[in-house]
Design a protein around this ligand. Sequence first.
Ligand SMILES: *Cc1c(COP(=O)(O)O)cnc(C)c1O
Length: 380
Amino acid sequence: MKQKFETRAIHAGCEPDSGTGAIMTPIFQTSTYVQESPGKHKGYDYSRTHNPTRTALEKNIASLEEGKYGLAFSSGMSAITAITHMLSAGDHIICSDDVYGGTFRLFDKVLKKFNLEFDFIDLTSLQSLERHIKNTTKLVWLESPSNPLLKLIDIEATARIAKNRGIVTVVDNTFATPFFQKPLKLGADIVMHSTTKYLNGHSDVIGGALVMNDQELYNKLQFLQNAAGGVPGPFDCFLVLRGIKTLAIRMERHAENALKIAQFLENHPKVRRVIYPGLSSHPQHELAKRQMTGFGGIVTFFIKGGLEAARKFLERVKVFSLAESLGGVESLIEHPAIMTHASLPKEVREKIGISDELIRVSVGIENVDDLIDDLKNALA
Ligand SMILES: *Cc1c(COP(=O)(O)O)cnc(C)c1O
């Protein structure tokens, strides 16, 4: 019988060290490996190409996503960059309109110069997807739940439309994590992660990963990982591997706390609207129940009173830390329009709904009573 998620999170890719029996994967802090005879080695010749600590992490993440192949990167952005290196000038990419700010910046400010063409569209509409596909479309890029508006995209339907036209579907699964959502099983071709967030979970590493099933895609991406060189160091791989061991219990607590906080905010008179896929008020709650097994740890809400009220509230929280990023054990809170999504032009922000009243919360795994008390005091 196939091992369950919690078991694989702890054991997949991790054998006791053959030389010493060490139970934890050693940090192979080496750049090169001694060869017996020219070209004759134990599978490792140079650490940009392969490193044993990284291999363990790559196998582990692949196992969690129920994919065949994993690749680890020095950041989420370098994982995204590797995918874009598969493209050629003239190719067209369809991307969901409220993607991670850094993804938008890379596509819009860097890759357009290389004559790649992008359409940023509302992928919650399958008609809109169909309408934007061209002969040159090579990639559909989506995040679900999206950041920061927690819109859901039907991964299965999107991937089916793309696959029929020979287009590769990439899902940034950073928010949901494989504990709550498995895009490859829904038909996506590549899953991308910023391991900086939930997978590592302790706000002390920057890292990225890709997982896929298709061997040809893997060969291309592994070639690009080595050719472009955005690889993580062995110590970072060790830290992410260690973080992942507790992913299952962390995600359970993140989601449990997030639902309670979403319910508290939904009933607060100073809150205009709360967005959380686990609330029945979420417009895509049914889709969330269908494609996810839990609703994650991110809650967003609109505070009444404009920028002034948002600023005052954010200055007053004490348990929540006012900071960018998400997915760590500690609760973070932020203002997307000024902080994480400042790289989006104001017109784009307003068009998609990132207003000055929008606040994003990354709910940590502290005691939820302390978190709710903190919000209550800051709102008062
Ligand atoms: C953080 C993040 C990224 C970028 O990852 P880095 O590790 O910061 O390079 C991409 N997508 C999402 C959804 C993220 O939250």
